[in-house]
Design a binder for this molecule. Structure first.
Ligand code: AMP
Length: 212
C-alpha cells in the first residue's frame, strides 16, 4: 500500500497516518517529524532546516526530496509506505513521480483531509507536544492530568515553535499557495479521495479507512 496524506497543517495528518500505518503495516514517512528530529539532533540538515521551519516556510525541495528518497530505500519501506507531509510543492510531486516510475511503482491513494482555517488556528494554538515521546495534547479538549507534564511518560510538554498564531497563518498561506494545488495532480492520476477532517480522531479515521 502506497499512500499520500494531503491536507493543511493541523488537519490531523500526523495522527491519522500513525494509525493508518499500523492498520496497513507500512511505515509512516513524516517529513515534518524527520526534519524536527534533525533540528533536535543538531545535524547539518537540521541546521539548514531550522530557520525555514521556525518561519513557517517550506524547507528547500532538494533537502526534503533527498531525505524522503533515502527513507524509501530502507528495507521496511519496500512493500509500501505512507507519506505524511510530502509532497508539498509541484516540484516535490514531480520528483516523487520520477522515483516511482524508476521502480515501476504507483501511488494507490492520495487522501486529502479537509479542515476550515478557523478550526486549524484553534487546533494548533492549543496543541502541546511531549518533548520526550511526541504524544500530542490540547489545552481545550485533551488536557494532561498535570499541567505541562505528559500523561504517558512524564516528559515535559511544549508548544511547537511553529504553532504560534502568526506562524500558523503563514503556514496556511503557504499551504494554499503551494500544496493545495497538488490535489489536482492526484485527481488527474485518479487516486485522490477527499474526506471531512472535522470531528473526533476516531470519526476521521473511520472515514479514511472507509474510503480506502
Ligand atoms: P509538519 O510537521 O508537516 O507540519 O511540518 C513542519 C514544517 O516542516 C513545515 O512548516 C516546513 O517548514 C517543514 N516541512 C515538512 N515537510 C516539508 C516538505 N515536504 N517540504 C518542505 N518543508 C517541509
Amino acid at each position: 500500500m502506497r499512500l499520500i496524506l494531503l491536507g493543511p497543517p493541523g488537519s490531523g495528518k500526523g495522527t491519522q497516518s500513525a494509525r493508518l500505518a499500523g492498520r496497513y503495516g507500512v511505515p509512516q514517512i513524516g517529513t515534518g517529524d524527520m526534519l524536527r528530529a534533525a533540528v533536535d539532533a543538531g545535524t547539518g540538515l537540521g541546521r539548514q532546516a531550522k530557520a525555514y521551519i521556525d518561519a513557517g516556510e517550506l524547507v528547500p525541495d532538494e533537502l526534503v526530496v533527498e531525505i524522503v528518497r533515502q527513507r524509501m530505500a530502507e528495507p521496511d519501506a519496500a512493500a509500501g509506505w505512507l507519506l505524511d507531509g510530502f509532497p508539498r510543492t509541484a516540484e516535490q510531486a514531480r520528483r516523487l513521480d520520477e522515483v516511482l516510475e524508476q521502480s515501476a511503482k504507483e501511488i494507490d491513494r492520495a487522501v486529502l483531509i479537509e479542515v476550515p482555517d478557523d478550526e486549524i488556528v484553534r487546533r494548533l494554538g492549543g496543541r502541546r507536544v511531549c518533548a520526550a515521546c511526541g504524544a500530542v495534547f490540547h489545552l481545550d479538549w485533551k488536557r494532561p492530568a498535570v499541567q505541562g507534564v505528559c500523561d504517558l511518560c512524564g516528559g515535559r510538554l511544549r508548544q511547537r515553535s511553529d504553532d504560534a498564531e502568526e506562524t500558523v497563518r503563514e503556514r496556511l498561506r503557504v499551504y494554499r499557495e503551494q500544496t493545495a494545488p497538488l490535489a489536482r495532480h492526484y485527481e488527474k492520476l485518479s487516486v485522490l479521495v477527499a474526506v471531512d477532517g472535522r470531528g473526533s480522531v476516531n470519526q476521521v479515521f473511520d472515514r479514511i479507512d472507509g474510503v480506502l
